[in-house]
Structures are given as C-alpha cells and as structure tokens.
Ligand binder design. Structure first.
Ligand code: NAP
Ligand code: GDD
Length: 344
C-alpha cells in the first residue's frame, strides 16, 4: 500500500505544490483546511490536484480538532505548512501569530506524542529566524536573531521540534527555507505584488506600484523546487534540520527592474529612501513609488542561504534560476489580467 500524508496549509502556495508532488508519487494526500466563508481551493485547482486529494477540516488553534484529525487520518507523514505567514501582519497581530505559528506547532507535536504516533513530521521553519544576520551566508549553524513576531514564533516552533526530537525520539524535522515564490504566491508578498501590479499597469488597469524598502535583499527560489526538498527531508534515515536556498541574493529594487523588463518596460530609478521613484522611460510616467506604510518596525535587510548540507545529504539543488522564475510569474499575471481569470 502507498504512503499517506497530511498537509496543513493545503490552500497556500506550498500546500498546492506539495500536494501535486505527493499525489504524483502515489501518496494518499489529506489536505487540512481551516474553515472560511468559502473554500479557498484556487491554487489546488490551478495545479489540477483538487480532485485527487481529500480535504479535512482543521484549525491549528484547536487541540481537540488537531487530535481528532490526526487520530482519524493516522498519516505516515505530516507536513505542517499552515501559518500566519505574512511578516508585516505579525506586527499588527502578534498574539494571534504567536498562537498559530508557535503554540500551534506544539499542539501538533503533543497530539502526535500522546498518540504514540510514528508519523514523520515536517515543520515549515524559515530564514526569517536569522533576522539581523550574524554571518553571511547563513547555514544550519548560524545563530538566530529574529526581527518580527512572526520570526520569534517560528523560532519557538523550530526549537520545540528539536526538543521533541531529542526528548521523545520523534521523527521531527525542521526545514529552514529561504524565500520561495511562484505564480501561486500570495498577492501581499513582494514578488507577486510586483508582478501583479506591473501586469495591471501595462494593461492600463493600475497607475502606480507602491512598495516599502526596495533595498532589502532576499534569496529567492522557486516553490516547486522547495517542496521536493521537504519531501526528501522526510525520506532520510534520521530526522535533522536543513537549509534550502539558492545561494544568490537580489535587491527588491532589482527584482522590480527585471519584472518590468519582462514586460518591455525600461525603468529609471531616482531619489533615495521615501523619495525613491522609478519612471518608465518610454512614457515618462512614474510607475513605482516608495510608501512608508509598507516599512516594517524592524527589517530583515539581507538573507543569503548556504544549502550545502541539503546538497550533500539530500542531493537537493534548486533547478529554477531567478530570471526564469521572474518570467514565469510576470507571464502568469499578465495572462490572468488579460483573460479576467485572476482568482488569488
Ligand atoms: P501561505 O500561502 O500563506 O499559506 C498558509 C496556509 O496556512 C494557508 O493554507 C492558510 O489557510 C493556512 N492557515 C493559516 N492559519 C491557519 C490556522 N489557524 N489553522 C489552519 N490553517 C491555517 O504560505 P506558504 O508561502 O505556502 O508557506 C507555507 C509555510 O512555509 C508557512 O508556514 C510559512 O510560514 C513557511 N515558509 C514560507 C516561506 C516562503 O517563502 N513561502 C519560506 C519559509 C517558510 P487559509 O487559506 O485559510 O488562509
Ligand atoms: N510584502 C512586501 N510588500 N514587502 C516589501 C514591500 C512591499 O510592498 N516593499 C519592500 N518589501 C520588502 C520587505 O520589507 C522585505 O524586506 C522583503 O521585501 C520581502 O518581503 P515579503 O515578500 O513580504 O517576504 P518576507 O521575506 O518578509 O517573508 C517571506 O519569506 C520568509 C522566508 O524568509 C514569507 O514567505 C515568510 O512566510 C517566510 O518565512
């Protein structure tokens, strides 16, 4: 009989790519989905996997619900991808973020421990935990310095995973993933916000893209590559922690310039800080502005990952370069706007 997996956060970007991957590998996939006014299935539909999984109602704040789902499903593998995942929002909703992203993980581990479950557990940890970075590039040994309520909650989750592994001999693994993007990325994250806004601007549906700190640098990879890494982590003989990253970092400003170029826009940057603008050379119009409302109370200025351990132990390497990823995202958003088929 094939393996079974429970994926929390099934309606999100990574949930959809991981569901596609596991179904293609012959898994029975259970998608844990929280209740909303309407079911958020657009990403699963876009990857054609909605009808190939079974969804189960799930809420990370509810111990009894987590317990009944895990007892009923009894999966071989659990991928905990659910989270309040937007760093900006965590400053406005720190208690909620702490409860979902920190305590929620403890609830899952406690349920699995009390069941005596042998399920293999993957926790979606994050490069945000490096925050005010202590060294560059960052790897599994780099000390942490989280810079947001989101990152602090994720750091709690990371250490409780390590603690349950060491205390109870559970197969609990923490994947420290650097930023990964795709056409399925949530629209508030900067890459997607940029590709969506520029696709609208060139089609006359928006005038200006307003952004925050364009000097921030991120190590951006493709989500499809990263879910492969998650799966490989759970196929090892022993649980461990792994960084997944591309080893290349890019400024937000340069991602905007490259996305614009993919739409035949030639940008000229001007000014500094809050006065920064970018003008489309052909039309002479300012199409990018910096708006301080998008600045964060504490910023992570630079992330650059070293995934040597994942390459060595998992045989994992990213396959999609940033240029290809940018083109993929810009094209998808251009077509969605053109066809009126934008769903998320
Ligand atoms: P995402 O698109 O924002 O998806 C988050 C998912 O969590 C959604 O399915 C959401 O459901 C669900 N969720 C939120 N609160 C919940 C709750 N209280 N109970 C149950 N489900 C809940 O995130 P993603 O980009 O796929 O990232 C997946 C995971 O990896 C997250 O934990 C994120 O923090 C982490 N991570 C992401 C990256 C990255 O670059 N993408 C890097 C490192 C780590 P709704 O649809 O109902 O909102
Ligand atoms: N969202 C957003 N919107 N970010 C902006 C903007 C803007 O208008 N302008 C500049 N930025 C900067 C942010 O300040 C940050 O430095 C960078 O762009 C990336 O922001 P996000 O795309 O929101 O991602 P993130 O790096 O904060 O967090 C993402 O990656 C983490 C892994 O490092 C999320 O996916 C997290 O869930 C994940 O853990």
């Amino acid at each position: 009989m094939g393996k079974s997996a429970l994926i929390t956060g099934i309606s999100g970007q990574d949930g959809a790519y991981l569901a596609r991957l596991l179904v293609d590998k012959g898994y029975k996939v259970y998608g844990a989905q929280r209740r909303g006014a309407s079911l958020n299935t657009a990403r699963l539909e876009e990857l054609g996997v909605l009808n190939e999984i079974e969804t189960v109602p799930f809420e990370l704040l509810e111990y009894a619900n987590i317990s009944s789902v895990l007892n009923q499903v009894a999966p071989d593998e659990v991928y905990n991808l659910a989270a309040q995942s937007f760093v900006g929002t965590s400053f406005d909703q720190p208690l909620y973020t702490g409860d979902v992203d920190g305590m929620g993980v403890l609830r899952m581990l406690e349920v699995l421990r009390s069941m005596g479950s042998k399920a293999r557990f993957y926790q979606a940890s994050t490069s945000e935990m490096f925050g005010k970075v202590k060294e560059t590039p960052q790897n599994e040994e780099t000390p942490f310095h989280p810079r947001s309520p989101y990152a602090v909650a994720k750091l709690y989750a990371h250490w409780i995973v390590v603690n349950y592994r060491e205390s109870y001999n559970m197969f609990a693994t923490s994947g420290i993933l650097f930023n990964h993007e795709s056409p399925l990325r949530g629209a508030e994250f900067v890459t997607r916000k940029v590709t969506l806004a520029l696709a609208r601007i060139v089609q006359g549906e928006q005038d200006v893209l307003s952004v925050g700190n364009v000097e921030a640098e991120r190590d951006w990879g493709f989500a499809g590559d990263y879910v492969e890494g998650m799966w490989r982590m759970l196929q090892q003989d022993e649980p461990d922690d792994y960084v997944l990253a591309t080893g290349r970092t890019t400024k937000v400003r340069d991602f905007i310039t490259a996305s614009a170029k993919a739409l035949d826009l030639d940008l000229e940057w001007d000014g500094e800080g809050e006065q920064t603008t970018a003008t489309d050379k052909k039309s002479g119009k300012v199409i990018v502005r910096v708006d301080p409302q998008f600045f964060r109370p504490a910023e992570v200025e630079l992330l650059l990952g070293d995934a040597a351990k994942a390459k060595d132990k998992l045989g994992w390497e990213p396959t999609v370069q940033l240029e290809e990823l940018t083109e993929m995202m810009v094209r998808a958003d251009y077509d969605r706007i053109k066809n009126g088929s934008l769903k998320f």
